[in-house]
Design a protein around this ligand. Structure first.
Ligand SMILES: [Zn+2]
Length: 108
């Protein structure tokens, strides 16, 4: 089972074909708090799946903080964070950051 941890909660990661929401409309991603599951449309392009997962993770962070975050802000943060992480993988973990920050600067 693949899991994504948000704060102290573990969510099962699932890829589902023809993912649909409660009112039967098509979705690319969905976070189900009661089931502790993050579902992503299986046929989405890989480059989009990362954005979709981050979108749902931000919903999860907001839920855990009891914050009511507007969908547009969630979208902005998801694309913003994935964009920065793609361009700066050293920001993805403490280990990667430590290695990057200790690299000898070649002055280039
Ligand atoms: Zn959303």
């Amino acid at each position: 089972m693949k899991q994504i941890q948000i704060g102290g909660m573990l969510f099962e990661y699932q890829e589902v074909e023809k993912l649909r929401g409660d009112d039967d409309h098509r979705l690319n991603g969905h976070i189900l708090y009661d089931e502790r599951t993050i579902k992503v449309e299986a046929t989405a392009l890989n480059v989009l799946k990362l954005d979709i997962v981050w979108h749902e993770v931000i919903h999860g962070i907001a839920m855990l903080a009891c914050a009511d975050v507007d969908e547009k802000v969630v979208e902005l943060l998801a694309y913003g964070i994935t964009g920065v992480l793609r361009m700066n993988p050293q920001l993805g973990s403490e280990k990667a950051f430590e290695e990057w920050s200790k690299e000898v600067d070649d002055g280039a």
